[in-house]
Design a protein around this ligand. Structure first.
Ligand code: ZN
Length: 247
């Protein structure tokens, strides 16, 4: 069977000198691997296509055990991303997160479209905010249904936005107001009003708006701690030496 679709190139590797394998992120199939036989030589079939960050219209043959790329046409090479190391590093971080999360097809379109919007936003920012990759992780976690709403205490239902001293119980994935927070087992991350507002802003806006978020150092610290611990516990991933490692 053959099909054609636009997909984002997450990774490329070579084998047998002229052949390549390509890790792709497609809105309908999620993350998958396909082979481009002769891909490293063929200027005609894959002209400028087989590079990380390329958004490519591929023609694919799906076999019983693997996919073969027949030809590709470059849609967007995201060349601006590569012009500054800081911006490129953030883009790599978001890309690797999508690959590591292994988004299943039902949620693939949302994550794929978010990643493309993120690459576009990063391309347009000369100095994206330091927390940008964390905003991305938060938004993917929310979209994929991992992260709960922080509108109210998960125990008593009190609106937490106006209460100082609320906490997030990482292992239980519960947000608790100060009255319901009883010391006990587990990891608690303190979430001030500003941090809750920041998370809700990231959840309800797109990457093009994230440069406008300017949290105080306290909120930035709480947000980072929350995301690191949440992603490590619930998705089993931590960022180490430039890649996501499964715990
Ligand atoms: Zn409560």
């Amino acid at each position: 069977m053959e099909f054609s679709e636009k997909a984002l190139v997450l990774r490329v590797g070579r084998f047998r000198e002229i052949d390549a394998w390509v890790r792709l992120f497609s809105p309908s199939r999620g993350v998958y691997t396909a082979f481009a036989f002769g891909g490293c030589r063929s200027r005609r079939r894959f002209c400028g296509c087989l590079d990380v960050f390329n958004h490519v219209h591929f023609k694919v043959r799906s076999g019983r055990t693997y996919h073969t790329l027949l030809e590709g046409q470059l849609v967007n090479g995201h060349a601006t991303l590569r012009t500054t190391p800081g911006r490129l590093g953030m883009a790599v971080n978001c890309l690797k997160f999508c690959e590591a999360v292994e988004v299943a097809p039902p949620g693939a379109r949302a994550a794929h479209d978010l990643l493309l919007a993120t690459l576009a936003a990063l391309s347009g920012e000369s100095e994206p905010p330091r927390l940008f990759p964390l905003y991305f992780r938060a938004r993917v976690s929310c979209d994929q249904g991992f992260f709960p709403s922080l509108a109210a205490c998960h125990h008593c239902g009190a609106a937490c936005v106006d209460l100082p001293g609320a906490v997030f119980h990482v292992e239980e994935g519960r947000f608790l107001c100060p009255a319901c927070h009883l010391p006990g087992r587990g990891t608690f991350v303190r979430l001030g009003r500003e941090t809750v507002a920041l998370l809700e802003a990231v959840r309800h806006t797109g990457p093009e708006a994230w440069a406008g978020c300017d949290p105080s150092p306290t909120a930035a610290g709480e947000f980072s701690r929350l995301l690191d611990r949440f992603v490590a516990y619930h998705l089993g991933l931590s960022w180490e030496h430039g890649t996501f490692v499964k715990n």
